[in-house]
Every structure is written in structure tokens, then in C-alpha cells.
Ligand binder design. Structure first.
Ligand SMILES: [Zn+2]
Ligand SMILES: [Zn+2]
Length: 322
């Protein structure tokens, strides 16, 4: 086995702590860099210290995806150790800091939220929040990693592009030792969530749940003995965890179908989340919007649901709903 050590770092998210991993390869590698907060920073330093290491021993950081609980402390690490190389998916840097992409992203989400049925005020509020990034100022990606690439400094490890949770998600697999580092792609017992990212300007948005189901089938074929996730426990039965995710997705799809039946077979996205998550969705509207948009993508792909735009808002119906 390649030596891999797990560092538990505090977040203020309902999902609990986030895990970074130290891989003792040819180059000492940190996978992901926690959420930017003082407690997490102390935990990172203490965790390294317990391994007999300090920040200056880290030679490279591989980022699984752009979310702030995985990239938050990259800047702080770079301040202490400017020689660290950063590796990530080819779109991570664009998503995090390309000004023209971020401006377009806010525009894209404002329209998407309006089409979902949100009020103009809420659409603007959440579109701005989605576009606002403040945790990757100093850092730049030194080299991009694509599907099938070897990981520099980690002989035997290969990159698998695992889109769905985000549009820049990569996982790392070592065929020799059957170890799998999967970020937020597969999290045991917890629904990791599907998030939308704006496409590049002028392109169609991705259908993340369809990408996700596809990538789960690729991961299912890996003979992984041990899987290290960004959250939750270390997984010794990867296929069991994958089945858990697929069950969750099918259950959610059935709930959406039942909700459409209940709402006389015609509802906006907002009406669906209001019915499904009454009293819960207001605080984290976009999480639920992404959840349901992606399920509706899947149901449209399966020819179970169709969408029609009325006055700029999508109205969803079951094809055989009468
Ligand atoms: Zn994530
Ligand atoms: Zn995460």
C-alpha cells in the first residue's frame, strides 16, 4: 500500500468535517486543502506535526474540485511555502478566479433561477452568492490534470475525471495498490450533492446528474480496496457506497414524480421544492434548486417529464400523467 494519511479539518457545514490526505509518494503530496478558518488551519498544522511534517515539507497539492471546503487554505499554505506546485482539473482555475467567467456565471444563474420560478430578488441574491469567490486569490494552478493522466510525483496514480458533483471534479486511483481518492464524488452514507456550475460562455450547461450516474458506473469497475472521501468514513466497500447513491437518486426521482402528480401534473421547479422541502429550503435555496433541476434533467432524458416555458418560467409535466 502507498502510505496515505487522513487529516480531519473543521467546517461549519452540516456535512461535518472535510478530509485532506497526505500521500507519501515520490513527492509529498497534499490532496485538498480544507475550508479557510482558524480552527481548520490549526488542525492542518497539528495533523502534519503528528506525522512529523510541517507546511514546508509539502511539495505539491492536488485539488479534487473547486469547492471552498477543498481549496480554502491553499492561499495560506502558499504564503508559508511558495514553492508548492498546484495541480487541478483544467477548469478549476477558471471557475475560481476568471473574472469574465464569474460575471457570466452570475448572469447564467440569475436566468436559471428565474426559469425555475424564483422571484427576481431571490434570483439576483443567490446568483451573486454563487458567483462570489474569495478563497483563491494568491494561488494559480501550475499544471492541469486530465482524465487518464499520470499524477506528477505520484508514480502509479492516475487521474479519473469524475464530473457531476462539480464540473471540475477529478479523482485519483492507484492500480498497483488499489487505493482510490475520490473527493466528494462518493461519500458513504451521505448524499454528497449535485451542484451546477455555469458552462463556458456560449456553451450549453451540463446535465450533472447524468454525468454523475455515468461516472459512478466507471468507478464501480475499479477494484478499489480502500476509498478515501472528502467527507464521511473511509470506504472499504466501494460498490456498496455507489449503490447507496443510486438508491438515493432513484428515491428522489420518485418523490419528484409523486409531487408532480400531487400538484395536478403541472408545476414550476420552485413549486416542486416548496412541496418537497417545505420549511427547509429557504435557508439554502440553491442546494435544493440544483438537486431538483438535476433530477428533472434525468426525468426529461428518460422521457418521463417534459418542460414548457411559460412567461420565462419552466412548467414541468409528466408525459403520462393523466
Ligand atoms: Zn464539493
Ligand atoms: Zn466537500
Amino acid at each position: 500500500m502507498q502510505r496515505v494519511e487522513r487529516l480531519e479539518l473543521t467546517t461549519n457545514f452540516p456535512i461535518g468535517p472535510v478530509y485532506s490526505y497526505v500521500v507519501f509518494g515520490e513527492k509529498l503530496t497534499l490532496i485538498d486543502a480544507g475550508l479557510k478558518n482558524k480552527q481548520g488551519w490549526d488542525e492542518l498544522n497539528k495533523g502534519l506535526h503528528l506525522l512529523g511534517l510541517g507546511l514546508t515539507d509539502i511539495e505539491q497539492i492536488v485539488i479534487t474540485h473547486h469547492h471552498n471546503d477543498h481549496t480554502g487554505m491553499v492561499d495560506w499554505i502558499l504564503e508559508k511555502n511558495p514553492s508548492v506546485s498546484i495541480y487541478a482539473h483544467k477548469d478549476t482555475e477558471m471557475i475560481l478566479k476568471d473574472e469574465s467567467y464569474l460575471a457570466w456565471s452570475s448572469e447564467f444563474f440569475e436566468r436559471l433561477f428565474l426559469e425555475f420560478g424564483l422571484t427576481k430578488e431571490l434570483a439576483i441574491k443567490w446568483a451573486y452568492r454563487k458567483g462570489h469567490r474569495d478563497y483563491f486569490q494568491l494561488a494559480t494552478v501550475d499544471e492541469v490534470l486530465q482524465d487518464g493522466d499520470s499524477v506528477p510525483g505520484l508514480p502509479g496514480w492516475k487521474v479519473i475525471e469524475t464530473l457531476g458533483h462539480s464540473q471540475d471534479h477529478i479523482s485519483l486511483y492507484c492500480g498497483d495498490t488499489q487505493q482510490f481518492i475520490c473527493g466528494d464524488n462518493i461519500i458513504k452514507g451521505v448524499h454528497g450533492g449535485i451542484f451546477l456550475d455555469a458552462p463556458k460562455q456560449g456553451e450549453e450547461r451540463a446535465k450533472p446528474l447524468l454525468q454523475y450516474l455515468n461516472n459512478l458506473e466507471i468507478c464501480r469497475k475499479l477494484p478499489a480496496k480502500v476509498t478515501y472521501s472528502g467527507h464521511g468514513p473511509i470506504i472499504d466497500n466501494l460498490n456498496g457506497a455507489i449503490d447507496g447513491h443510486i438508491n438515493n437518486i432513484e428515491n428522489r426521482a420518485n418523490r419528484v414524480i409523486n409531487t408532480l402528480k400531487k400538484l395536478d401534473n403541472s408545476a414550476t421547479g420552485l413549486e416542486i421544492i416548496q412541496d418537497m422541502y417545505r420549511g427547509r429550503y429557504e435557508k439554502a435555496v440553491i442546494t435544493f434548486v440544483f438537486e431538483i433541476v438535476s433530477v428533472l434533467d434525468m426525468l426529461q432524458e428518460r422521457n418521463i417529464v417534459f418542460a414548457e416555458k411559460l412567461n420565462g418560467v419552466y412548467q414541468y409535466r409528466l408525459i403520462n400523467g393523466d
